[in-house]
Design a protein around this ligand. Structure first.
Ligand SMILES: Nc1ncnc2c1ncn2[C@@H]1O[C@H](COP(=O)(O)OP(=O)(O)OP(=O)(O)O)[C@@H](O)[C@H]1O
Ligand SMILES: [Mg+2]
Length: 443
């Protein structure tokens, strides 16, 4: 196993290098980010140990760069003692683990051995492993595109923590599904999962909905009522469509999150509440912050861990698995013939997975036989000829690149060496681009 150590302190560097070499590892050492990148490009590394605070290029920046070059590389960040926010950020950037200073060598060795085992398992039984893990999930999730795998690995790491998660994604991409999955994978799984759809509550009822009210607190308050915070105690509160929170409520919500207490309307005593928050939105909260429609402090409070659900049109390799999944959900033995399947794959699904579900449901209900052909498909799918290109230059270039790579791979029967040669790029670059664009082989 090749290990790269990056640390600007010479003493620490040589100490770690000497120690790890004695354990039989092949160790490279760099004093700063640029030197580390050079070594990284020149030698295949399995693990990078990086200091968080370095001149020239910070550990964060370096980590992001090496993960971009090789998403499979393992990384361990060495952070200042007790810096929880750093640990969170480092995890978001894709570090597999972190160690606090001063480095405990026994612990380091332990962690490296664990990683080593994981790498070996991954390499050996990659496929079996993936399939098994998907089946073990407490919520069924179809699709195993690179994008989905990455998302699920982030979910796994986020679930056991107490941190707030913000799930972003277009309508119908599975935000609620993922929120439930996080809850079920968390230590709070035996507690309640309470959902509040912020778009569905009239502004004047919001506060009572969140925090509850005492009897007689206002006209119509004929009995005491508990709000969602109290209902979710010991569990998870899912704030759906969080972008629709009225500004006045944002301030109150922030206070509740900071102080971990709430007060019922008309109540005297603040009550302690223990809830984990997961928020979801299909809006660009960052932009709303810039435009003054969303409080920045609340945004940072919600966005401790951010998960982005890719739209279905960016992960069409999941389509066959999703179709099977919904056929099973509706107890159907129908089979889509080649032409129908191809047309399904062409369609762009503005309503994402929910729309696909409705399409399958409608198609199998109205189909004339168990074999579904083109003419059984709903008109909007059957007649779909591609939409006018939208998106900014980068998105359109990415789409184009994706198509070119897919065509080349298809033509080369997915033999990557041949596809790379046809495209005039190295296999390494091809693999990197495939992973960046979430391209995997369809089954
Ligand atoms: N990967 C998946 N595998 C199987 N089913 C999925 C998957 N993703 C989403 N679904 C299903 O698609 C439907 C829509 O998902 P969900 O309600 O979670 O989307 P959403 O992002 O919350 O949508 P909205 O923004 O409209 O609220 C649900 O029936 C859900 O079970
Ligand atoms: Mg939803």
């Amino acid at each position: 196993m090749n290990i790269l150590i990056v640390d600007d302190e010479e003493l620490q560097r040589t100490m770690l290098q000497g120690f790890l070499e004695k354990q039989g590892y092949r160790v490279f050492a760099a004093a700063d980010g640029p030197e580390a990148l050079q070594l990284f490009m020149a030698h295949p590394m399995d693990l990078v140990l990086l200091d968080h605070r370095m001149p020239m290029m910070s550990g964060d920046e370096l980590l992001a760069k090496i993960k971009k070059i090789n998403p499979m590389v393992r990384a361990m960040m060495i952070t200042a003692f007790g810096a929880v926010d750093t640990a969170v950020r480092v995890m978001q950037l894709g570090a597999d683990d972190f160690l606090e200073k001063p480095v405990d060598l026994e612990l380091l060795l332990d962690k490296i051995r664990q990683l080593e085992e994981k790498i070996m398992v991954d390499q050996d039984v990659n496929h079996v492993e993936e399939a098994m893990n998907m089946d073990e999930l407490p919520v069924r999730i179809a699709g195993d595109s690179a994008a989905m795998k990455e998302l699920l690995s982030m979910v796994r790491r986020a679930a056991p923590t107490p941190w707030t998660v913000l799930i972003r994604g277009e309508t119908g991409t599975g935000k609620e599904l993922i929120a439930r999955l996080i809850h079920r994978l968390s230590p709070r799984k035996e507690g309640p999962f309470i959902e509040l759809n912020c778009a569905a509550i009239p502004e004047n009822l919001f506060e009572s909905e969140l925090f509850g009210h005492e009897k007689g607190a206002f006209t119509g308050a004929t009995a005491r009522r508990r709000g969602v915070f109290e209902q979710a105690a010991g569990g998870t509160l899912f704030l759906d469509e969080a972008g629709e929170l009225p500004l006045a409520m944002q301030a109150k919500l922030l206070r509740a999150l900071q102080e971990k207490t709430i007060t019922r309307i008309g109540g005297e005593q603040p009550l302690a509440v223990d809830v984990r928050i997961i928020a979801a939105t299909n809006r660009d909260l960052k932009k709303m912050v810039d435009e003054g429609d969303f409080r920045e402090d609340l945004y940072f409070r919600l966005n401790v861990i951010e998960l982005e659900l890719p739209p279905l049109r960016r992960r069409k390799e999941d389509l066959p698995a999703l179709v099977d999944f919904f056929l099973e959900r509706y107890n159907s033995r129908a089979v889509f013939d080649n032409e129908a399947m191809t047309q399904l794959a062409k369609y762009d699904y503005p309503g994402n997975i929910r729309e696909l579900e409705h399409i399958i449901q409608r198609t199998i209900t109205l189909a004339r036989s168990a074999t579904i052909t083109m003419r059984d498909l709903p008109a909007e799918v059957r007649n779909f000829r591609g939409r006018q290109q939208t998106g900014n230059l980068n998105e359109r270039l990415a789409e184009l690149e994706r198509q070119l790579l897919l065509d080349a791979l298809e033509a080369a029967d997915w033999v990557q060496t041949r596809a790379a040669a046809a495209l005039g790029i190295s296999e390494r670059v091809l693999r990197y681009r495939m992973s960046r664009l979430g391209i995997t082989r369809k089954k």
